[in-house]
Design a protein around this ligand. Sequence first.
Ligand SMILES: Cc1cc2nc3c(=O)[nH]c(=O)nc-3n(C[C@H](O)[C@H](O)[C@H](O)COP(=O)(O)O)c2cc1C
Length: 479
Amino acid sequence: MSTFRDLRHYIDQLTGTLGEDEVLRIDGADRDLDIGGITELMAEKEGPALMFDNIPGFPPGYRVFTNFMGTAARTAVALGLPPDTPKLDIVRAWKDLSRRIEPVPPVEVTTGPVLENVLTGDDVDLRVFPAPRWHEADGGRYIGTACMVIARDPDTGWVNIGTYRACVQGPDRLSLWMLGNRHARAIAEKYWARGRSCPIAVVVGQDPILSTAAAIAAPSGMSEYDLAGGLRGKGVEVLYPEGGEIPVPAHAEIVIEGEMPPVEEESVLEGPFGEWTGYYTHSGQETVVRVKRILHRDDPIILGAPPMLPTVPAGDQAVPLYSASVTWDHLEASGVQNIKGVWAYARQLLMVVSIEQTGAGDAVHALLAAAGRKRTGGMERYFVVVDEDIDVTDINHVLWAMFTRVDPSESIQVLRAPTTAIDPRLSPERREAGDLSMGIVLIDATKPFAWKDRYPAANRFDDAAREELRRRWEGVLAL
Ligand SMILES: Cc1cc2nc3c(=O)[nH]c(=O)nc-3n(C[C@H](O)[C@H](O)[C@H](O)COP(=O)(O)O)c2cc1C
């Protein structure tokens, strides 16, 4: 597994293993919309990772790094796999790894590069960083899109890390938007119930393993630090800044420390913000961080992962790969046999499972099990099961199965299931009533088991024949 010390180390690994062109340096892009727009256009083309420098109005070296895990190859490097690992093998490796993962606690150190600059008192000013306005209608500049929000449970000492968007609201004010069931909110409520503000640290700029751990729904009581340590096989180096209660990564680019008062005491208008569904959904009075201290490395890098349409192939490749691995794990745990692959499209809106049928009912079992992983907060919408001859990583192949092996009058079932508060299809009435439910579609696109062997044969050259043609015509045709 990967053992990146920090974000810079990962960037070195990207260029080291995939070539210098894997990270494109861009000078002079404005933090208002240029950086966001270029990031989106490059992601649509599955282009390189982007390092923005010499941002107008900011010192050279104050950088923004985007599209960091935007392709399967970059995700493979992030997970410590060979860069040419086939896409489905990345999902399989991730599933196997998460199953055998042993939590490794963080290692406490006394110093680290994050302490190169310590801003306190009047020097606290978030505006020194080139936080971008990512999308045209964003309600502010978001420094935190792939950030880590760290809080500590006052009763148990459990340290939780989550990714919640963070908007600069003034020199010493940050807003956070945490959906209702987020752990940091539950922790903050414990402090608020005792009449205290909740100590909080927001990390901007960390390696992809820490980013991934922060975005994973680790069970309550398990620290994402331990999870990241398990993923990398080595404890994360953390330090307690002087007088601080929250351990922060010693190699982070930027750490913003402060406290979150109850919303009734102070709140701010947060949003709108272009969300991963492809819409601006949420805006409202949200929690504030009163910033007390800022730590940052020399020449700090803001790690940015602005949401884009979920259909952008390289929008955030890690999310679909991770969603597919979790679904695959869930299918196995539910006793589904002969799973050949699981792949997620549009982040996780369309989940495709391939199986080798051994009996009538296998396909429906797989569909129900895949849908059974869905919880409030998830937005899987379409579940499709296909036969083993379908390449789940090729959307055209999946569509062919859906168009030719489905009898819409009997192969499709619609159920009602939980969804997320940012589901754009929730009516205003349902949203206001707190009814976060939505239809989901289960599509059996397998050949009916009872007459599978009599299904018309496919006229597509099979894999062996394709390989043979490629070999024989090599040098004449690029097949
Ligand atoms: C790039 C990215 C951005 C996210 N932004 C938010 C957000 O703004 N608010 C939120 O509540 N969840 C957001 N999430 C989802 C949470 O980070 C995720 O559910 C995480 O597991 C929450 O951690 P927790 O269970 O410890 O609260 C985001 C996830 C990713 C990958």
